[in-house]
Design a protein around this ligand. Structure first.
Ligand SMILES: [Zn+2]
Length: 372
């Protein structure tokens, strides 16, 4: 294992921070896998899984069983991790800029496309290496002005030449679920089965430039631009894996998730071993545009009537919002049928707040598809 330390731009004198990456596998590897956790720095289940992975990958490396290079970043967001305000961790948005840490990664598809225009050939492998080289160069040329940009660039540089990128997150209260693209779904589906993902939400472009999308979308956009005349492979596929809810941090689940990820990497060919048979997929993949964010029009005590993992019929009661002053009880129903995969942790709802998310089968939304 090689331990690398990446300095972030220090916003003030004396406040330097670093990102630590751990590199496993042979120098001449067949490919590269990148796994990070807790980019949203108040989402800890992935960090515990990453820590378990770190021990197991060291054993596998010592036994000579790693075929791929595997890069692990267990603390992907030291900036957000330190944001604890009055005993409450606030790791989703940077306090200084109010920006979501998992949005706004740099889109280099035009720049890379312009650089490779005229250099593509009929050889897909040549084109793959060409794109990767120009992507790495373009990322090297980027000059961050802020610590947040510096963090995003550091992570993007570490992962830009990986065949597979896995970003470990969690929701508030949730069952295991994941986000990926329809194009990547055939490759991600075995992971969904091993993890037991109950909702798999597919979108080519959610318009958010989240970490997973900055890899998938680059190749997709180059394919749109050059694919008619040249063979452009998908150099990276990525998934955001949601390891249940914020409170689901325990060794039992983390060991299961760690084993599921190792089984998936084995099946993918990154680890030399026999992969166990694939379990059933609990619930078919659905479009991200089919997710219903269930919101409450009024504020009050939020009392849920359904649990994460429940399949709801259209019009089913999701929660009651209680105004204890006027004794008003407002029932909140969902419009569409689907699996309730995540719900809020808050129990005092404000008017307009999204209280739960339901994975429906039919796409009905467009434009920006993720939460802010
Ligand atoms: Zn997250």
């Amino acid at each position: 294992m090689r331990h690398e330390i990446h300095d972030l731009l220090a916003p003030l004198p004396g406040t330097a921070r670093q990102v630590h990456s751990f590199h496993f596998g042979p120098a001449e590897a067949a490919g590269k896998i990148y796994i990070q956790s807790s980019l949203h720095a108040d989402e800890m289940p992935g960090m515990l899984v990453a820590w378990h992975l770190k021990q197991r990958l060291a054993e596998l490396e010592a036994a000579g069983r790693l075929r791929y290079q595997i890069v692990l970043v267990p603390v992907a967001n030291p900036v957000g991790l330190e944001q604890v305000l009055m005993d409450v961790p606030l790791g989703r948005y940077q306090l200084e800029s109010a920006q979501n840490f998992n949005r706004g990664f740099v889109d280099l598809s035009d720049e890379v496309g312009n650089a490779i225009d005229g250099l593509l050939t009929d050889d897909a492998q040549h084109n793959l290496e060409l794109v990767r080289r120009h992507l790495a160069d373009a990322l090297t040329r980027q000059q961050p002005d802020t610590q947040l940009q510096s963090l995003r660039l550091t992570l993007q540089r570490l992962a830009c030449d990986a065949d597979m990128v896995l970003d470990l997150h969690c929701d508030f209260e949730a069952v295991a679920h994941l986000y990926t693209t329809p194009e990547a779904w055939p490759q991600v589906e075995p992971l969904a089965r091993y993890i037991g993902a109950q909702a798999c939400l597919l979108a080519t472009d959610s318009a958010a430039w989240s970490f997973d999308e900055c890899f998938s979308l680059l190749w997709w956009q180059l394919q749109q631009r050059f694919g008619e005349h040249f063979s452009i492979p998908t150099g990276s596929f990525a998934a955001t894996v949601e390891l249940r809810g914020q409170g689901d941090v325990n060794h039992r689940l983390a060991r299961l998730d760690c084993q599921a990820m190792l089984d998936y990497l084995t099946r993918f060919g990154a680890i030399a071993a026999e992969a166990p048979p694939l379990p059933e997929l609990p619930f078919p993949a659905t479009p991200l545009a089919g997710v219903e964010p269930v919101a409450t029009p009024v504020g009050g005590l939020l009392v849920f009537c359904v649990q994460p993992g429940n399949y709801l019929e259209a019009g089913q009661l999701v929660a009651e919002i209680i105004d204890p002053i006027h004794d008003r009880v407002t029932p909140i129903h969902c419009n569409n049928a689907g699996l309730l995969y995540a719900r809020s942790l808050r129990r005092m709802a404000t008017a307009g707040m999204v209280i739960a998310h339901i994975a429906g089968r039919e796409a009905y939304r467009s434009g920006y598809l993720l939460s802010p």
